[in-house]
Every structure is written in structure tokens, then in C-alpha cells.
Design a protein around this ligand. Structure first.
Ligand code: FMN
Length: 332
């Protein structure tokens, strides 16, 4: 434990720092569909519906999940700064974009684990290259990843070798349906190939990999252009695939799925494990139904994630984020 000193920073400056750091969170197509508002010692999180992907994500599920990842990132930043806060998840029909409210309550001790998670927040990258592990991740490590989702009441399912084939089938079917949709291709190209780097969002060609043979394909993030990330010699043979599922399928479930996936990705990063999220299988209803039959017939699959080792792969560049001043409004 690293001592709890009295805070010498104003609540407003502290919350600006928290909100800004949290924006390193992953989001669907790096759309960063969020807005922060600071009012004294209260920090409000709203989704930015102008950044929703209407074709891939017509109900805003992945937009809200992305905001959940941001909310968890904010809690990691708060902890590392030694700030205590209450976090209230909100569903208010009079303010539908409002997702959560954080209220500062004082200071708290900072643990070494808090600092490890904060470090992970800074260095985590989505790694779409095939992973190079030479044996499966140890069960104890997979259990640690699963444990990190428990506080958010999100269940996890690890795909056994036979089920990975079905996941691959669902991912291929989803990609096939997307590839035939002009509106999907246009939407994805607008967030990737044709994105102006000055916007500081979207997925650049340097983060996209060519389609190579592998058990479960990753999304084609470079439609009609050339992906620039070398896939390297990995083959995903020992990659761990995990699904997150919830017992209902509401906005609340999407938000907590985002919090859970953020906790899993950051925990993986602290352990030197590479990761990437796969959401195409939940975007296409037929693929999601297939996934549901495999994962948990009584539940709703929300997201899938792949984990593995890629230690000898080159460093990945961080993807851009919008300036904090564009995303954070200070009322007082
Ligand atoms: C809800 C959600 C869905 C995502 N879906 C995919 C996906 O289908 N394929 C993929 O490669 N990455 C996916 N990602 C990862 C984002 O593309 C990635 O976070 C974003 O481009 C920013 O890059 P970074 O994670 O390296 O910071 C998803 C992330 C979130 C939060």
C-alpha cells in the first residue's frame, strides 16, 4: 500500500485527469462514442450517438459496451490517483444518453495492483495478428482473466477445441454477410480506409492485418485497401477464445459487458498476454444465434475476445484518441 495523502488537487482538475486518461479505452472501430461532463465533484458519462455505427450496431449495443469500457478505465484511473468515488449506472428516460455518474467521496490508499492496472491502461493495444503461443494458456491464468469479469456479473465461457471450430464458422458467416452488404462496407471504410487521420479516431491501416488462414478470422478492417500490420509467423493454434454473456439483453447488460471486457483486457496486459475483441459474431443475428447455442442457450452472448502470447511480434503503435478538450465539458 502506498499511503493515502490528503488531496491537493481540485475535484474538477482531478476529474478532468480521470476522464482524459480513461479515453485510452477500446471502442468499436475506435469510434470513441462518449462524452464526459464535469460539474464540481460529479463526473457524468454520456454516449455520443452521432458516433454510433448504424449498420454494424443498429441498436447501439456496441456503442454502450464501448462506454462501459471507458467507465472501467475511469475507475482504474481514479484508483491510481488515490481517489474514492461512487459509481452509479443510470437509465433515465428523460436523459437517454446518460449512462453513469461518478461522485468523488474522498481519498483511498493506492495498491500495487492499482498501479499495475494503470500501467496496463497506458500500454494495452488491440493485437489482431495471429498469436504465437506454443501451448494453451495455463488454466490458472485463464481463471484470473475470468475472475476479473465477476464483479460486473458477466459470465464467461471458454471455448474448447471443438467449439472453436463453431466460433470460426460463426465468424466466417458474419464476415460473409457483412462483405455482401454495401452499406456495411461503406460504413467500415469510413471508419478505416477513408478516415482522415486529423480526426484522431477510427482504425488506421497500421492496425489492420491481412486476412491469413486461422481458426477464427478477425474483422477485415481494411476493406478495399492494403492492411499494413505484418501478421508475423503466429497461427492462433493455441489462442484462447472467450465469450462474455449476460442473463438479459438490456442497456445495463451492454454497459457492464464493457466494464467486464475492459477489466479482462487490462488484467491480460498486466500478465503480458496479447488480446483483441471480436464483435462481428454478435452483430449479425444468425451468427449470434449460433454463438448463443454454443455458449449459453439461456443467456445472451455480448462479445468474444481472443487471448494469447505474441512476445516476439513487433511493438504495436497506439491508435489515436480525440483531444480530451473535445470530449470533456466542464460546467464548473
Ligand atoms: C465493443 C467493442 C467491439 C470491438 N470489436 C472489434 C472487432 O470486431 N474486431 C477487432 O479487431 N477489434 C474490435 N474492437 C477493438 C477496437 O477496434 C479497438 O479498441 C480500437 O480500434 C482502438 O484500438 P486499441 O484497442 O488498440 O486502443 C472492439 C472494441 C470494442 C470495445
Amino acid at each position: 500500500m502506498l499511503g493515502a495523502e490528503p488531496m491537493t488537487i481540485s475535484p474538477q482538475d482531478l476529474l478532468f485527469e480521470v476522464a482524459c486518461v480513461a479515453c485510452r479505452a477500446p471502442s468499436i472501430a475506435n469510434s470513441q462514442p462518449w462524452l464526459w461532463r464535469i460539474d464540481g465533484d460529479v463526473l457524468e458519462l454520456r454516449c455520443d450517438q452521432s458516433r454510433q455505427l448504424p449498420v454494424a450496431d443498429p441498436h447501439g449495443q456496441l456503442m454502450v459496451t464501448s462506454c462501459g469500457a471507458l467507465l472501467h478505465h475511469a475507475s482504474v484511473a481514479l484508483a491510481a490517483l488515490g481517489a474514492a468515488a461512487t459509481i452509479e449506472r443510470v437509465d433515465d428516460p428523460s436523459d437517454p444518453a446518460l449512462l453513469a455518474r461518478l461522485v468523488l467521496t474522498g481519498s483511498r490508499r493506492v495498491s500495487a495492483e492499482d498501479m499495475r492496472m494503470h500501467h496496463a491502461l497506458r500500454i494495452r493495444r488491440t493485437d489482431r495478428r495471429p498469436f504465437r503461443g506454443i501451448r494453451p494458456l495455463p488454466d490458472a491464468i485463464v481463471d484470473l482473466l475470468r475472475q476479473s469479469a465477476v464483479p460486473f456479473e458477466v459470465s464467461t465461457h471458454v471455448f474448447d477445441p471443438a467449439e472453436i471450430g463453431l466460433l470460426g464458422h460463426a465468424a466466417q458467416a458474419a464476415a460473409h454477410i457483412h462483405a455482401k452488404s454495401d452499406s456495411y462496407r461503406e460504413e467500415m471504410a469510413a471508419w478505416t480506409t477513408y478516415r482522415d487521420p486529423a480526426q484522431r479516431d477510427g482504425v488506421p491501416p497500421t492496425a489492420a492485418v491481412p486476412q491469413v488462414p486461422r481458426p477464427v478470422p478477425v474483422r477485415d478492417f481494411a476493406p478495399d485497401s492494403v492492411p499494413l500490420l505484418e501478421p508475423g509467423p503466429g497461427d492462433d493454434r493455441y489462442t484462447t477464445y472467450l465469450a462474455l454473456a449476460t442473463d438479459t439483453d438490456t442497456r445495463w447488460d451492454w454497459l457492464r459487458t464493457g466494464e467486464a471486457v475492459s477489466a479482462m483486457l487490462l488484467t491480460a496486459t498486466t500478465l503480458g498476454i496479447a488480446s483483441s475483441v471480436l464483435s462481428e459474431v454478435v452483430e449479425v443475428p444468425g451468427a449470434r444465434a449460433l454463438l448463443r447455442a454454443v455458449v449459453a442457450p439461456a443467456e445472451f452472448p455480448q462479445l468474444t475476445v481472443r487471448f494469447g502470447l505474441n512476445a516476439s511480434g513487433g511493438e504495436l503503435r497506439p491508435t489515436a484518441r480525440r483531444p480530451c478538450s473535445e470530449v470533456i465539458t466542464i460546467v464548473r
